[in-house]
Design a protein around this ligand. Structure first.
Ligand SMILES: Nc1ncnc2c1ncn2[C@@H]1O[C@H](COP(=O)(O)OP(=O)(O)OP(=O)(O)O)[C@@H](O)[C@H]1O
Ligand SMILES: [Mg+2]
Length: 562
């Protein structure tokens, strides 16, 4: 299925917003434009001084010697190289500085938007944004803005020069040629390229997504003996992609040829007009040669514009996605100047919540928890238990009611302070490709080795870690996928014990461990009870046995059982 997506903003709006992001780097862009324009003038100088030499030879009164003209031509050649270098240097300096700033902005936005954003949107598209979209914008900043400015300024200068030296008619021809090659040709070729460009991008990303998905799910494909069918689909999609690539390449080449043809045509017209003007005695042969050579050698910048459309479609799509993210409002705003607490008790009253403002997941929920007790929560799969725990951490904004810690509503508590007080071990623990030790220390950066060991003993995972080749220093990546779900879960639990949080939320902490380890973990939880409060979600009756009080969630309501 094709996932064609229309841009939310117009090309001009995207371009304006991206230029605004330049901020204080705008003066370097100005430098790039000046260097680029002077560079093209120098390049033109080489042929122009040659033409002036010929005009002098033909009897034009030119007050400089041939040697000076040769020296000027050579000087222009050298200068051209230097100016081009500075232009490219400035452009790339801006581009890479801006990319770093943009990445920083994206990460800052993600910090605001997560965890709700990371839960609801595909993580893949965010990764694509940080990598390929940002790279595409490099093309915009380094190879789009300044070429357009350079083309406008340079063409203007040449037109004035030709008007002064060779009269208004040749200047008029030059203006028409610039407008045609710089505006009409790009518009025509962008029309030619647009459909194939968009189709190619669509097929490319759809093929990538399907292929990556297949690799991720290879185990389930094998288990269901669906390999052959999958392979057929991959091949079919690959053929479609190849067809679209060929179409796109064919059109790009046709567009490039069309530009070249237009330039040749413009040169021919200029020459004809020049010859007509000379035969009508409107200008001298020498002045005609200077003017015509000036126009001949001035198409470089406008040709550069013709080459833009192919890139621009992609740039706009990338820019649109990046701007979308930068402008997205977080579901939950971090509380920065709220109150600070030291957890003592929790009271939830008439709490209601819905993810999409249509289906109510939790409705009118009341519960409470005290320091020093274990509160259990049971309920059928999908009834909203994990959602409830996430609300206690303010990962999502509650729709109604109150969640009060020490009598203060969660919306008025400093976000950082809240996370210092409350931690959660979720149903799936993510381990980074670092050592076990580093993975534990994300809960407490300055934990001593003794503290790590103590937490791991409590979570019943110390003995297991000691069996690994390098103990606590073993890299998780080196183990491949060999850590079992239960082992990962227990490391997650050790993290919770290690963190200084007073209230620990446990989402199915024993779902993946055997009854011996369950016993050890429950014993540890009981021992922690005097120091910490625990809210425990579990399906297992054996686990629930340690709870002091139990609530059941059913149809969005919570009722006290024990
Ligand atoms: N990010 C989300 N966006 C929209 N709906 C969601 C989101 N997360 C969960 N839900 C929906 O909210 C409901 C409650 O989900 P939740 O994960 O809280 O259930 P649960 O009680 O923890 O289930 P389980 O016992 O299987 O873990 C489900 O219908 C689920 O599909
Ligand atoms: Mg759950």
């Amino acid at each position: 299925m094709k996932n064609k997506k229309k841009l939310r903003r117009s090309g001009a709006k995207i371009m304006a917003s991206l230029v605004l992001l330049l901020g204080s780097l705008a003066y370097i862009m100005l430098l790039a434009v000046i260097n680029g324009t002077l560079g093209f003038i120098s390049a033109m100088g080489v042929s122009l001084f040659g033409a002036i030499g010929i005009a002098k030879f033909l009897g034009e009164s030119i007050a400089v010697s041939y040697w000076v003209l040769i020296a000027l031509a050579v000087g222009c050649g050298v200068l051209r190289g230097l100016l081009r270098y500075f232009e490219q240097y400035s452009n790339h300096y801006i581009a890479f500085r801006l990319l770093a700033t943009l990445r920083d902005k994206i990460f800052a936005s993600l910090r605001e938007l997560c965890p709700a954003k990371l839960e609801s949107k595909q993580k893949g598209s965010i990764i694509a944004m940080i990598t390929s979209d940002i790279e595409t914008l490099e093309v915009f900043y380094a190879h789009t803005i300044s070429p357009i400015c350079i083309a406008v300024i340079f063409s203007l200068i040449i037109t004035i020069f030709v008007a002064i030296v060779s009269g208004p008619w040749l200047a008029l021809v030059a203006v028409c040629a610039y407008l045609f090659i710089g505006i009409a040709v790009p518009m025509i070729s962008s029309g030619m390229l647009k459909e194939s460009g968009v189709n190619y991008r669509c097929e490319f990303s759809s093929f990538n997504a399907y292929f990556l998905d297949s690799i991720k799910g290879v185990k389930d494909i094998v288990l269901n003996n669906a390999g052959e069918k999958r392979e057929k689909e991959v091949n079919a999609r690959s053929d479609v992609l190849l067809r679209e690539t060929k179409k796109m390449k064919h059109n790009t080449t046709a567009a490039a040829a069309f530009t070249e043809l237009s330039v040749s045509f413009a040169i021919l017209i200029t020459l004809i007009v020049g010859i007509v003007l000379v035969s009508a005695n409107a200008i001298s042969l020498g002045r005609m040669i200077i003017g015509v050579v000036a126009v001949f050698s001035s198409f470089g910048p406008v040709i550069a514009i013709s080459a833009l459309p192919g890139n621009l479609t992609q740039t706009f799509a990338s820019g649109d996605r990046v701007l979308d993210l930068l402008e997205e409002k977080p579901v939950v705003n971090a509380v920065k100047d709220g109150e600070k607490i030291e957890y003592n008790n929790l009271k939830v009253e008439n709490l209601s919540f819905s993810y999409d403002s249509q289906t109510q997941v939790l409705n009118d929920i009341c519960m409470h928890a005290q320091k020093g007790e274990i509160v259990g929560i049971v309920g059928e799969s999908g009834c909203g238990k994990s959602t409830f725990l996430k609300l206690l951490l303010r990962f999502w904004q509650k729709t109604g009611g109150s969640i009060c810690y020490n009598g203060i509503d969660i919306d008025n508590i400093n976000s950082d302070n809240l996370l210092d007080n409350v931690t959660m071990v979720s149903q799936v623990t993510y381990l980074f490709d670092e050592s076990i030790e580093d993975n534990l220390r994300i809960a407490k950066a300055n934990a001593t080795d003794e503290e790590l060991e103590h937490a791991c003993r409590l979570a019943s995972v110390h003995d297991f870690i000691m069996t690994l080749p390098e103990g606590y220093k073993t890299r998780v990546g080196a183990l491949g996928d060999n850590l079992s779900a239960g082992e990962k879960q227990r490391i997650g639990l050790a993290r919770a014990f290690l963190s200084g949080s007073e209230l620990i939320l446990l989402d199915e902490p024993t779902s993946n461990v055997d009854s011996i380890n369950e016993g050890i973990i429950l014993k540890a939880l009981k021992e922690q009870k005097n120091k910490k409060s625990i809210i425990l979600v579990s399906h297992r009756e054996s686990t629930m046995a340690i709870a002091d009080r139990i609530y059941r969630v059913e149809a969005g309501k919570m009722t006290a059982l024990k």
